[in-house]
Design a protein around this ligand. Structure first.
Ligand code: PLP
Length: 424
Protein backbone atom coordinates (compact mmCIF):
# COMPACT_ATOMS: atom_id res chain seq x y z
CA UNK A 1 0.00 0.00 0.00
CA UNK A 2 1.15 3.52 -0.71
CA UNK A 3 1.19 6.12 2.04
CA UNK A 4 -2.26 7.66 1.43
CA UNK A 5 -3.84 4.19 1.35
CA UNK A 6 -2.01 3.12 4.51
CA UNK A 7 -3.47 6.13 6.32
CA UNK A 8 -6.94 4.64 5.74
CA UNK A 9 -6.36 0.91 5.86
CA UNK A 10 -3.17 0.02 7.75
CA UNK A 11 -3.58 -1.61 11.15
CA UNK A 12 -7.20 -2.70 10.74
CA UNK A 13 -8.78 -4.81 8.02
CA UNK A 14 -12.34 -5.79 9.02
CA UNK A 15 -13.56 -9.27 8.20
CA UNK A 16 -16.93 -10.17 6.75
CA UNK A 17 -19.72 -8.38 8.63
CA UNK A 18 -17.32 -6.64 11.01
CA UNK A 19 -17.34 -2.90 11.78
CA UNK A 20 -15.81 -0.85 9.01
CA UNK A 21 -14.25 1.59 11.48
CA UNK A 22 -11.80 0.47 14.15
CA UNK A 23 -14.04 -0.58 17.08
CA UNK A 24 -13.60 1.25 20.38
CA UNK A 25 -12.95 -1.51 22.90
CA UNK A 26 -13.96 0.42 26.00
CA UNK A 27 -13.07 -2.27 28.52
CA UNK A 28 -10.36 -2.46 31.14
CA UNK A 29 -10.41 -6.23 31.26
CA UNK A 30 -10.70 -9.33 29.09
CA UNK A 31 -12.27 -12.62 30.08
CA UNK A 32 -10.55 -16.02 30.07
CA UNK A 33 -11.80 -19.57 30.66
CA UNK A 34 -8.90 -20.78 32.78
CA UNK A 35 -6.15 -19.39 34.95
CA UNK A 36 -3.64 -21.45 32.96
CA UNK A 37 -4.48 -19.43 29.85
CA UNK A 38 -4.18 -16.19 31.80
CA UNK A 39 -0.85 -17.37 33.26
CA UNK A 40 0.61 -17.85 29.79
CA UNK A 41 -0.18 -14.21 29.01
CA UNK A 42 1.57 -13.08 32.18
CA UNK A 43 4.62 -15.16 31.27
CA UNK A 44 4.63 -13.60 27.78
CA UNK A 45 4.34 -17.13 26.36
CA UNK A 46 1.11 -16.35 24.52
CA UNK A 47 -0.14 -13.05 23.13
CA UNK A 48 -3.54 -11.75 24.06
CA UNK A 49 -5.28 -9.03 25.99
CA UNK A 50 -5.79 -9.09 29.71
CA UNK A 51 -5.70 -5.55 31.02
CA UNK A 52 -5.93 -2.26 29.09
CA UNK A 53 -3.06 -0.66 31.04
CA UNK A 54 -0.77 -2.95 29.01
CA UNK A 55 -2.61 -3.51 25.76
CA UNK A 56 -5.96 -2.77 24.18
CA UNK A 57 -7.21 -3.79 20.71
CA UNK A 58 -8.18 -0.22 19.72
CA UNK A 59 -4.78 1.20 20.70
CA UNK A 60 -2.97 -1.69 19.05
CA UNK A 61 -4.76 -1.20 15.73
CA UNK A 62 -3.92 2.50 15.71
CA UNK A 63 -0.31 1.83 16.78
CA UNK A 64 -0.02 -0.69 13.93
CA UNK A 65 -1.26 1.97 11.48
CA UNK A 66 1.38 4.46 12.65
CA UNK A 67 4.00 1.71 12.60
CA UNK A 68 3.29 1.14 8.90
CA UNK A 69 3.29 4.87 8.14
CA UNK A 70 6.77 5.22 9.67
CA UNK A 71 8.00 1.94 8.19
CA UNK A 72 8.81 0.38 11.57
CA UNK A 73 8.68 -3.10 13.07
CA UNK A 74 6.76 -2.33 16.29
CA UNK A 75 4.94 0.59 17.87
CA UNK A 76 3.03 1.59 20.97
CA UNK A 77 0.67 4.40 21.91
CA UNK A 78 0.95 6.38 25.12
CA UNK A 79 -1.22 8.89 26.93
CA UNK A 80 0.89 11.90 25.85
CA UNK A 81 3.92 12.96 23.89
CA UNK A 82 5.73 13.64 27.15
CA UNK A 83 5.19 10.03 28.21
CA UNK A 84 6.48 8.86 24.82
CA UNK A 85 9.70 10.87 25.12
CA UNK A 86 10.24 9.67 28.68
CA UNK A 87 9.62 6.00 27.87
CA UNK A 88 11.73 6.13 24.70
CA UNK A 89 14.80 7.27 26.65
CA UNK A 90 14.18 5.57 30.00
CA UNK A 91 13.72 2.22 28.22
CA UNK A 92 17.47 2.22 27.49
CA UNK A 93 18.99 4.63 30.03
CA UNK A 94 18.90 4.56 33.81
CA UNK A 95 20.66 6.14 36.81
CA UNK A 96 24.36 6.62 36.04
CA UNK A 97 23.81 6.83 32.28
CA UNK A 98 24.19 9.74 29.89
CA UNK A 99 22.30 10.92 26.80
CA UNK A 100 23.24 13.46 24.11
CA UNK A 101 20.43 15.65 22.80
CA UNK A 102 20.03 18.43 20.30
CA UNK A 103 19.46 21.70 22.16
CA UNK A 104 16.72 22.71 19.72
CA UNK A 105 13.86 20.73 21.23
CA UNK A 106 10.39 21.22 22.64
CA UNK A 107 10.41 23.10 25.97
CA UNK A 108 8.66 20.26 27.78
CA UNK A 109 11.26 17.81 26.53
CA UNK A 110 14.07 20.09 27.65
CA UNK A 111 12.57 20.28 31.13
CA UNK A 112 12.01 16.51 31.25
CA UNK A 113 15.66 15.89 30.32
CA UNK A 114 17.49 18.72 32.09
CA UNK A 115 15.50 18.70 35.33
CA UNK A 116 13.31 15.67 35.95
CA UNK A 117 15.36 12.87 34.38
CA UNK A 118 18.50 14.50 35.73
CA UNK A 119 16.95 14.03 39.18
CA UNK A 120 16.58 10.35 38.32
CA UNK A 121 20.35 10.19 37.80
CA UNK A 122 20.53 10.46 34.00
CA UNK A 123 22.85 13.16 32.65
CA UNK A 124 22.17 15.04 29.44
CA UNK A 125 24.55 16.98 27.21
CA UNK A 126 22.90 19.41 24.78
CA UNK A 127 24.51 20.14 21.43
CA UNK A 128 23.56 22.58 18.70
CA UNK A 129 21.68 20.86 15.85
CA UNK A 130 24.16 22.61 13.55
CA UNK A 131 27.29 21.27 15.30
CA UNK A 132 30.01 19.53 13.32
CA UNK A 133 30.49 15.77 13.51
CA UNK A 134 33.58 16.33 15.70
CA UNK A 135 31.62 18.51 18.13
CA UNK A 136 28.87 15.92 18.25
CA UNK A 137 31.35 13.08 18.84
CA UNK A 138 33.02 15.09 21.61
CA UNK A 139 29.72 15.16 23.54
CA UNK A 140 29.73 11.36 23.91
CA UNK A 141 30.95 9.50 27.01
CA UNK A 142 31.51 5.81 27.65
CA UNK A 143 28.12 5.68 29.44
CA UNK A 144 26.14 7.47 26.67
CA UNK A 145 23.07 5.42 25.76
CA UNK A 146 21.24 7.46 23.11
CA UNK A 147 21.26 10.50 20.84
CA UNK A 148 18.06 12.57 20.59
CA UNK A 149 16.74 15.28 18.23
CA UNK A 150 13.59 16.67 16.56
CA UNK A 151 13.04 16.47 12.79
CA UNK A 152 11.59 20.01 12.81
CA UNK A 153 12.34 21.57 16.19
CA UNK A 154 9.49 23.09 18.16
CA UNK A 155 9.56 26.13 18.19
CA UNK A 156 13.02 26.92 16.72
CA UNK A 157 12.04 25.27 13.39
CA UNK A 158 15.56 24.03 12.73
CA UNK A 159 15.68 20.89 10.59
CA UNK A 160 17.74 18.02 11.99
CA UNK A 161 20.48 16.61 9.75
CA UNK A 162 19.25 13.10 10.51
CA UNK A 163 21.91 11.35 8.40
CA UNK A 164 24.72 13.16 10.21
CA UNK A 165 23.24 12.49 13.64
CA UNK A 166 22.60 8.82 12.77
CA UNK A 167 26.15 8.37 11.47
CA UNK A 168 27.71 9.68 14.69
CA UNK A 169 25.25 7.76 16.89
CA UNK A 170 26.10 4.51 15.12
CA UNK A 171 29.86 5.17 15.26
CA UNK A 172 29.38 5.55 19.02
CA UNK A 173 27.25 2.40 19.22
CA UNK A 174 23.98 4.05 20.33
CA UNK A 175 20.58 4.49 18.66
CA UNK A 176 19.30 7.81 17.30
CA UNK A 177 15.86 8.73 18.66
CA UNK A 178 13.98 11.30 16.57
CA UNK A 179 10.86 13.18 17.65
CA UNK A 180 8.96 13.37 14.35
CA UNK A 181 5.94 15.29 15.69
CA UNK A 182 6.03 18.35 13.41
CA UNK A 183 7.08 16.60 10.21
CA UNK A 184 4.80 13.54 10.62
CA UNK A 185 5.63 10.54 8.41
CA UNK A 186 3.92 12.40 5.57
CA UNK A 187 6.74 14.95 5.58
CA UNK A 188 9.68 12.80 6.64
CA UNK A 189 10.35 9.18 7.49
CA UNK A 190 13.38 9.36 9.79
CA UNK A 191 14.05 5.60 9.46
CA UNK A 192 14.94 6.11 5.79
CA UNK A 193 17.77 8.39 6.93
CA UNK A 194 19.16 6.13 9.64
CA UNK A 195 17.13 7.03 12.75
CA UNK A 196 16.47 3.97 14.92
CA UNK A 197 13.50 5.03 17.02
CA UNK A 198 10.81 7.62 16.33
CA UNK A 199 8.62 9.35 18.93
CA UNK A 200 5.50 11.45 18.46
CA UNK A 201 3.24 13.76 20.29
CA UNK A 202 0.15 12.54 18.45
CA UNK A 203 -1.69 15.49 20.07
CA UNK A 204 -0.47 17.54 17.08
CA UNK A 205 -0.84 16.79 13.35
CA UNK A 206 -1.42 13.04 13.66
CA UNK A 207 -4.72 13.62 15.48
CA UNK A 208 -4.87 16.97 13.76
CA UNK A 209 -7.99 18.37 15.43
CA UNK A 210 -6.69 19.21 18.93
CA UNK A 211 -9.15 16.62 20.22
CA UNK A 212 -7.06 13.98 22.01
CA UNK A 213 -3.78 14.09 23.86
CA UNK A 214 -1.48 11.23 22.95
CA UNK A 215 1.99 9.96 22.22
CA UNK A 216 3.64 7.14 20.30
CA UNK A 217 6.95 5.32 19.96
CA UNK A 218 7.93 3.40 16.82
CA UNK A 219 10.97 1.13 16.49
CA UNK A 220 12.72 0.66 13.15
CA UNK A 221 14.08 -2.71 14.28
CA UNK A 222 17.44 -1.67 12.82
CA UNK A 223 19.46 -1.20 15.96
CA UNK A 224 21.40 -4.30 16.97
CA UNK A 225 21.15 -4.31 20.77
CA UNK A 226 22.96 -7.64 21.03
CA UNK A 227 26.01 -6.14 19.30
CA UNK A 228 26.22 -3.76 22.29
CA UNK A 229 25.21 -6.23 25.01
CA UNK A 230 27.10 -4.53 27.83
CA UNK A 231 25.51 -1.19 27.10
CA UNK A 232 21.92 -2.44 27.00
CA UNK A 233 21.64 -5.15 29.65
CA UNK A 234 17.93 -4.34 30.09
CA UNK A 235 17.26 -5.69 26.60
CA UNK A 236 19.95 -8.34 26.29
CA UNK A 237 20.03 -10.08 29.70
CA UNK A 238 17.22 -11.74 31.70
CA UNK A 239 14.62 -9.40 33.24
CA UNK A 240 14.00 -10.49 36.85
CA UNK A 241 10.68 -8.59 36.87
CA UNK A 242 9.45 -10.78 33.99
CA UNK A 243 10.46 -14.30 34.97
CA UNK A 244 13.88 -14.00 33.39
CA UNK A 245 12.76 -13.05 29.90
CA UNK A 246 15.58 -11.79 27.64
CA UNK A 247 13.79 -9.39 25.30
CA UNK A 248 16.15 -9.61 22.31
CA UNK A 249 16.08 -13.41 22.46
CA UNK A 250 12.34 -13.83 22.83
CA UNK A 251 11.11 -10.96 20.63
CA UNK A 252 14.00 -10.43 18.21
CA UNK A 253 15.72 -7.25 17.15
CA UNK A 254 12.48 -5.82 15.74
CA UNK A 255 10.30 -6.47 18.79
CA UNK A 256 12.55 -6.30 21.87
CA UNK A 257 12.56 -2.56 22.49
CA UNK A 258 8.79 -1.96 22.24
CA UNK A 259 7.93 -5.16 24.13
CA UNK A 260 10.16 -4.09 27.01
CA UNK A 261 8.64 -0.59 27.01
CA UNK A 262 5.12 -2.09 27.16
CA UNK A 263 5.53 -4.93 29.65
CA UNK A 264 7.95 -3.11 31.95
CA UNK A 265 7.45 0.66 31.70
CA UNK A 266 3.74 0.71 30.84
CA UNK A 267 3.14 -1.90 33.54
CA UNK A 268 4.96 0.21 36.13
CA UNK A 269 4.12 3.79 35.06
CA UNK A 270 0.72 3.29 33.45
CA UNK A 271 0.81 6.12 30.89
CA UNK A 272 -1.89 4.34 28.89
CA UNK A 273 -4.07 6.11 26.32
CA UNK A 274 -7.83 5.81 26.68
CA UNK A 275 -9.27 3.59 23.91
CA UNK A 276 -11.48 6.53 22.90
CA UNK A 277 -8.42 8.77 22.45
CA UNK A 278 -6.65 6.09 20.44
CA UNK A 279 -9.72 5.88 18.20
CA UNK A 280 -9.78 9.67 17.69
CA UNK A 281 -6.11 9.46 16.68
CA UNK A 282 -6.80 6.66 14.21
CA UNK A 283 -9.62 8.70 12.67
CA UNK A 284 -7.41 11.77 12.40
CA UNK A 285 -4.67 9.85 10.62
CA UNK A 286 -7.09 8.92 7.82
CA UNK A 287 -6.90 12.48 6.45
CA UNK A 288 -3.24 13.15 7.32
CA UNK A 289 -1.98 13.53 3.71
CA UNK A 290 -4.75 15.98 2.76
CA UNK A 291 -4.27 18.05 5.87
CA UNK A 292 -0.47 18.15 5.74
CA UNK A 293 -0.49 19.32 2.13
CA UNK A 294 -2.90 22.15 2.98
CA UNK A 295 -1.01 23.11 6.17
CA UNK A 296 2.25 23.22 4.21
CA UNK A 297 0.86 25.22 1.29
CA UNK A 298 -0.88 27.71 3.57
CA UNK A 299 2.21 28.14 5.75
CA UNK A 300 4.51 28.77 2.79
CA UNK A 301 2.17 31.45 1.49
CA UNK A 302 1.89 33.02 4.96
CA UNK A 303 5.68 32.93 5.41
CA UNK A 304 6.14 34.75 2.09
CA UNK A 305 3.60 37.38 3.14
CA UNK A 306 5.32 37.92 6.50
CA UNK A 307 8.75 38.09 4.90
CA UNK A 308 7.58 40.98 2.72
CA UNK A 309 5.94 42.91 5.58
CA UNK A 310 7.71 45.98 6.94
CA UNK A 311 6.65 45.37 10.56
CA UNK A 312 8.12 41.88 10.62
CA UNK A 313 11.75 41.70 11.80
CA UNK A 314 12.49 38.17 10.68
CA UNK A 315 10.75 34.95 9.58
CA UNK A 316 11.76 31.32 10.10
CA UNK A 317 10.11 28.69 7.96
CA UNK A 318 12.29 25.92 6.52
CA UNK A 319 10.24 25.94 3.32
CA UNK A 320 11.28 29.54 2.55
CA UNK A 321 14.19 29.88 0.16
CA UNK A 322 16.87 31.73 2.13
CA UNK A 323 15.92 30.12 5.46
CA UNK A 324 19.07 28.80 7.19
CA UNK A 325 17.57 25.29 7.09
CA UNK A 326 16.17 25.46 3.56
CA UNK A 327 18.66 23.05 2.03
CA UNK A 328 18.10 20.57 4.86
CA UNK A 329 14.35 20.97 4.28
CA UNK A 330 14.79 20.25 0.57
CA UNK A 331 16.54 17.01 1.49
CA UNK A 332 14.45 15.80 4.43
CA UNK A 333 11.07 17.48 3.81
CA UNK A 334 10.57 17.55 0.06
CA UNK A 335 6.75 17.41 0.24
CA UNK A 336 6.35 20.35 2.60
CA UNK A 337 7.43 21.71 5.96
CA UNK A 338 4.11 21.56 7.86
CA UNK A 339 2.18 24.57 9.14
CA UNK A 340 4.37 26.08 11.83
CA UNK A 341 6.14 29.40 11.26
CA UNK A 342 8.07 31.50 13.73
CA UNK A 343 8.72 35.19 13.29
CA UNK A 344 9.65 38.33 15.17
CA UNK A 345 7.54 41.49 15.26
CA UNK A 346 9.49 44.76 15.10
CA UNK A 347 9.34 46.39 18.53
CA UNK A 348 10.14 43.18 20.43
CA UNK A 349 8.11 41.49 23.10
CA UNK A 350 5.54 44.26 23.64
CA UNK A 351 4.79 44.69 19.95
CA UNK A 352 4.45 40.91 19.66
CA UNK A 353 1.90 40.87 22.47
CA UNK A 354 -0.09 43.76 20.93
CA UNK A 355 -0.05 42.02 17.56
CA UNK A 356 -1.36 38.80 19.08
CA UNK A 357 -4.13 40.60 20.97
CA UNK A 358 -5.30 42.14 17.69
CA UNK A 359 -5.88 38.86 15.89
CA UNK A 360 -9.51 37.94 15.27
CA UNK A 361 -9.37 34.57 13.53
CA UNK A 362 -6.17 33.08 14.94
CA UNK A 363 -6.59 32.20 18.58
CA UNK A 364 -4.00 32.42 21.34
CA UNK A 365 -3.54 28.82 22.46
CA UNK A 366 -0.85 26.66 24.02
CA UNK A 367 -1.04 24.35 21.11
CA UNK A 368 0.26 23.93 17.61
CA UNK A 369 -0.32 21.76 14.64
CA UNK A 370 -4.05 21.36 14.40
CA UNK A 371 -6.80 22.31 11.98
CA UNK A 372 -7.48 25.80 13.35
CA UNK A 373 -4.87 28.57 13.21
CA UNK A 374 -3.36 29.43 16.57
CA UNK A 375 -0.53 31.52 17.89
CA UNK A 376 1.74 31.49 20.93
CA UNK A 377 4.52 33.53 22.52
CA UNK A 378 6.86 30.73 23.73
CA UNK A 379 9.08 32.89 25.97
CA UNK A 380 6.07 33.66 28.16
CA UNK A 381 4.38 30.24 27.84
CA UNK A 382 5.94 26.88 26.89
CA UNK A 383 9.52 28.06 27.45
CA UNK A 384 8.80 30.19 30.53
CA UNK A 385 11.05 28.06 32.79
CA UNK A 386 14.17 28.83 30.74
CA UNK A 387 16.65 31.60 31.43
CA UNK A 388 17.96 33.88 28.65
CA UNK A 389 20.89 31.63 27.80
CA UNK A 390 18.77 28.48 27.70
CA UNK A 391 16.23 30.30 25.52
CA UNK A 392 19.00 31.28 23.10
CA UNK A 393 20.36 27.74 22.82
CA UNK A 394 16.83 26.44 22.22
CA UNK A 395 16.51 29.03 19.43
CA UNK A 396 13.79 31.04 21.19
CA UNK A 397 14.27 34.82 21.16
CA UNK A 398 12.08 37.08 23.37
CA UNK A 399 10.27 38.48 20.31
CA UNK A 400 9.59 35.03 18.77
CA UNK A 401 5.96 34.41 17.88
CA UNK A 402 4.97 30.89 16.86
CA UNK A 403 2.17 30.79 14.33
CA UNK A 404 0.52 27.46 13.62
CA UNK A 405 -1.16 27.89 10.26
CA UNK A 406 -4.38 25.91 10.04
CA UNK A 407 -6.58 24.68 7.25
CA UNK A 408 -8.62 27.88 6.80
CA UNK A 409 -8.69 29.78 3.52
CA UNK A 410 -5.27 31.42 3.25
CA UNK A 411 -6.80 34.72 2.06
CA UNK A 412 -8.78 34.98 5.32
CA UNK A 413 -5.69 34.17 7.38
CA UNK A 414 -3.47 36.73 5.66
CA UNK A 415 -6.18 39.39 6.02
CA UNK A 416 -6.36 38.70 9.78
CA UNK A 417 -2.57 38.87 10.25
CA UNK A 418 -2.38 42.04 8.11
CA UNK A 419 -5.01 43.89 10.17
CA UNK A 420 -3.36 42.84 13.45
CA UNK A 421 0.07 44.03 12.24
CA UNK A 422 -1.50 47.32 11.15
CA UNK A 423 -3.04 47.75 14.61
CA UNK A 424 0.19 47.45 16.64
C1 PLP B 1 3.80 18.86 22.08
C2 PLP B 1 5.09 18.21 21.88
C3 PLP B 1 5.56 17.23 22.77
C4 PLP B 1 4.79 16.84 24.02
O1 PLP B 1 3.61 16.22 23.66
P1 PLP B 1 2.27 16.21 24.57
O2 PLP B 1 1.36 15.36 23.76
O3 PLP B 1 1.83 17.61 24.72
O4 PLP B 1 2.64 15.59 25.87
C5 PLP B 1 6.76 16.61 22.49
N1 PLP B 1 7.49 16.96 21.40
C6 PLP B 1 7.08 17.92 20.53
C7 PLP B 1 7.92 18.23 19.35
C8 PLP B 1 5.87 18.57 20.74
O5 PLP B 1 5.48 19.52 19.88
Amino acid sequence: MNFDTQCLHAGYQPGNGEPRNIPIVQSTTFRYESSQEMGKLFDLEASGYFYTRLQNPTSDAVAARLCDLEGGTAAMLLSSGQAATFFAVFNIASAGDHVVSSSAIYGGTYNLFAVTMKRMGIDFTFVSPHCTEEELRAAFRPNTKALFGETIANPALTVLDIEKFARVAHQQGVPLIVDNTFATPWGCKPFQWGADIVTHSTSKYLDGHAAALGGAIVDSGNFNWDAHKDKYPGLTTPDPSYHGVTYTQQFGQGGAYITKAVVQLMRDFGATPAPMNAWILGMGMETLPLRMAQHSNNALEMARFLQGHEQVAWVRYPGLPGDPCHSLAEKYLPRGCSGVISFGVKGGRQAAERFMAGLKLASIATHVADAKTCILHPASATHRQMNEEELRSAGVSPDLVRLSVGLEDIGDLIEDVAQALAGI
